[in-house]
Design a protein around this ligand. Sequence first.
Ligand SMILES: Nc1nc2c(c(=O)[nH]1)N[C@H]1C(S)=C(S)[C@@H](COP(=O)(O)O)O[C@H]1N2
Ligand SMILES: [Mo]
Length: 502
Amino acid sequence: MRKRAPWALAGLVAGLGGLATAYLTAAWLGLRGNPVTDVAELVIRLTPGAVAEDAISRLGHHDKPLLVTGVLVGAMLLFAVFGILARWSAAAGAGGFVALGVVGLIADQSQFGAPATGILPILVGVLTWLALLNVVTGPLRPRPFRDEMDVHRRYLLVAAGVGVGSAVVGLLGWKVGGHRRAVDAARGALDLPGVTDPGPPPGVEVGLDGIAVWQTPSNRFYRIDTSLSPPAISPGDWSVRIHGMVEREITLSYADLLKRPRRESWLTLNCVSNPVGGDLISNAWWSGVHLKDLLEEAGVRQGADAVKQTSDDGWTCGTPLSAMLDDRGAMLAYAMNGQPLPIEHGFPVRTLVPGLYGYVSACKWVRDIEVTTFDSFTAYWTDRGWSPLGPVKLASRIDVPGNGHHVPAGQVRVGGLAWQQHTGISAVEVQLDGGGWQPATIASRNLTDSWVQWVATVDASAGAHRLACRAVNDDGQVQTAVRADPVPNGATGWHTISFTAD
Ligand SMILES: Nc1nc2c(c(=O)[nH]1)N[C@H]1C(S)=C(S)[C@@H](COP(=O)(O)O)O[C@H]1N2
Ligand SMILES: [Mo]
């Protein structure tokens, strides 16, 4: 057969077949990812920090499926090219697949703490590629005494057979990939006696439709992950080690944590890459163990000023030691809104430190807590240009009316949120069309670690308007108008929206 298309298709069929067997192998070994997500994560690791954080903040987590799809489509194009290469020389086609296998191997083994077993899926995949390329292109290679019709039929039969076989193997991988489902089931079966979910305290909501609900439901809590497949860890397999500049190293299992005095509190978590007016911020009720108690038990040595935290997926952050030793209530949390942590939010255990952005403190799937000095290490985001220290900045946001919305002219109710965890909000003010600042009514402000809702009424005549808001914290400091980008330590500036009254 002289045409290119059947060769391209042969390459594609062989390629997808190898991905299917690699995927099944990875699932069977219970690995966190597979060669496709490995390569996608390599792309993330090689992306400059500002670009990566910008993509995450702009696209939320929609960029992850997009990236995986991109890697898959790229691979499929290469498969087709390798098929066409095989038309000229079987060795050239095979060489293409082997080269791609090497890329997969690098992507996999350059992951933090990558198990050596991660090599197996790639090996299986490459062998499958070579075997299938040979099988599917077999009928296309000229042989004496074979007419075109016969070649065509044989080719289609083989290609279809391999395609169906791959689909079956892929499905099998999906079924076997029950590791995550098994952890989900173990999570669902957990009974955490005494863990509560009190619901929002009275008076924290101002009762204006359109403002973000005060207690964020767990499934709507914002998410920032650098990994594409969150680690699925059985509580029984989890432990955390507290070590470094301490008198006594401590290792705690999940059961150990549950036995300790339980601390529960409201805490708003936000991301340093949240732009002014953005929604990378949520509020929940958390249960866990105070880190202060654990660190005091371990006995922190003189000279330490930092805590390096490492997660199961190799993410790292550096937290000021003082923020874990003072009375702010930094904790190892095992429950969120009365339930075991969702897998995406760090199951079985994560760290939370009131008053610090997530990137320097809120380590999910935390495994290692090392008391050390800031001089001696760098972490995931500080390696990418973000500041070592990340105290939360004073900020506020308008939720109602939405930017660009129309409202009836006259007395217009406006509202939103304000926050500076660990410091607290004492007042919020709004400004219509650059006029004077008028006070908003803020809801209960007894909880310094949670955001506060606020509401105000402005007098808006028919026409276009601009509305700004600013907060005042419990130290009397007024939120700055100076605009700063999220990089390197958080955005500042007043949130301003446009609306039309008619
Ligand atoms: N292991 C791990 N922990 C992590 C991150 C991560 O990518 N991996 N992201 C951090 C960042 S930047 C933030 S803002 C918070 C977000 O936590 P959430 O996804 O539960 O909202 O987790 C922090 N902890
Ligand atoms: Mo973040």
